[in-house]
Design a protein around this ligand. Structure first.
Ligand SMILES: [Zn+2]
Length: 109
């Protein structure tokens, strides 16, 4: 039987996937780019990432906890092999969306 499916790319290869859009926020004070990824597991909750390199963004909360968890963002879409919600620090949880937006407004005032 020669039923080799292209769906089974388990041996390396470039199996990049897309995980949905991020929302961009500009932090005027820090002069750096922040993106917010909406959790699919917890609707209404988000993860915050800030830019470390061209297309690489690091989870803010994980950094505070001493873990490096980064994602790749291309054209506002999270791309990569892993779900951006996985492999965070055990104490890193998404925060309520309203909380993040409110904090940003506060900071600019
Ligand atoms: Zn995290």
């Amino acid at each position: 039987m020669h039923t080799r499916s292209h769906d089974h790319m388990h041996d390396g290869g470039d199996s990049t996937m897309e995980f949905g859009k991020v929302t961009r926020m500009l932090s005027s004070k820090l002069n750096e780019s922040l993106v917010v990824y909406k959790s699919a597991v917890k609707p209404g909750y988000v993860y915050k990432f800030y830019r470390v390199k061209e297309n690489e963004y690091q989870c803010c909360r994980c950094k505070e906890l001493g873990k490096f968890r980064s994602i790749r963002v291309v054209d506002d879409i999270v791309v990569g092999r892993k779900n951006p919600e996985e492999e965070h620090h055990p104490d890193c949880f998404p925060v309520p969306e309203s909380c993040v937006l409110a904090a940003e407004v506060d900071r600019e005032m």
